[in-house]
Design a protein around this ligand. Sequence first.
Ligand code: HEM
Length: 423
Amino acid sequence: MAVATELAQTIIDPKAYSLRDPVDQAFRTIRAETPLDVASLEGFEPFWVVSRHADIKEIERQPDIFHNGDKSTFLTNIEGNQRVQMLTGGEPNLIRSLVSVDGLEHKNLRGIVFPHITPRAIRPLEDQIRAIANEFVDYMLSFDGECDFAADVAFLYPLRVIMTVLGVPQEDEAFMLKLTQELFNNADPELNRARAELTPEEMLKSLWETTMELENYFAAVTRKFRDNPTTHINSLIANAKIDGEYLNHRQMMGYYIIAATAGHDTTSNTTAGAMWAMAERPGMLKQMQDNPDLINAFVEESIRWEVPVKHFMRSAVSDCVVGGQQIKAGDWLMLSYQSANRDESVWADPFEYRIDRKDNPQIAFGYGVHVCLGQHLARMEMRILWEELFKRLKSVEMNGQGERTISNFVCGPKHVPIRFKAN
Ligand code: HEM
């Protein structure tokens, strides 16, 4: 068997993700008929589509067999892969970040920031983050009953939080937001660098230009924090040494870039998606206000629901069997977090947005040694925003149609028009 071509085309189509339903329906069929099978599409190296929660966990549990860094970590066609290798001198990823390295290199790099971003390490940030949340709640309420919650609040609040933690000054936030959107939303003419429909060749060119612009910016950051070290994450990256040596150029740039981009876009998508879900469900706001202890379940469900990172790729180093299928050394696999978070064998009602789930083993942060480094910060900042906003909001409903970004990688709502009343 193989994944039906029509289904395979849908699950890689950026426009289908912007509508969401076609992708959810395609994966529903894939989970039922070909849950772990090969997709063969013109212009692409064949790849396994891993659609079930349990199979993704099994693969991510074996990082010595399934590598991140041997091939592209997100789905790219053959031509794109060749061009990236030309630009990087043979590496399969434009950016050498934590998600595109393996083994000891990954362990060493992850160890630089990990101790500073555990639940215990970030607890002292709670008051500072609450003050930022209140600033954005005030800002939202200043809109006098109507706003685009995605653009006016959800894009900006996680941006301020992560930039504060990284040590990026507020005047650079707009620049960071723009470059992050260019990096993740290349297929979306509203948000990409050219503000136009791009050919695959133009997309790669613009990705390269954005990466270079980010690298120029971060070169100055390294100088600044080497001269004056602080406890900010960017300072940890600038001053870290492995075996007595500073990180090399690609490692350092990759680290700055992943922290500064993955550190807010994902959380923004989840926050915007949670508001969209709530604004469409009369009574949910009141339910949250009457049951404040549901807040963690609300956050967890919003992450499962939105799944801001749609997939990551792995490649097999040796032959092995997963989900009853024989995988061969060199095979490329797409781990679909979108699909795994709708897996009927894990949730009886995966297409319902339910804030009273007792057990919610969502896998939107991934799993295993590469599990999201910022997961605790993301959860904490979302919890705090909702705690503060729910105190101040009397009602909320949609005020027109929401819109999602055109992308098959990191994406979510880009417009969530709401009408609200404040207390
Ligand atoms: C709701 C918000 C977020 C979601 C859904 C999310 C999702 C993910 C996913 C799916 C991965 C890959 C995991 C894997 O391969 O198993 C990842 C990795 C990563 N995330 Fe997040 N993320 C979020 C927020 C953040 C934040 C706030 C930061 C900021 C520090 C961050 C930084 C990273 C980094 C550095 C990695 C690479 C980890 C590694 O490869 O070792 N993320 N994230």
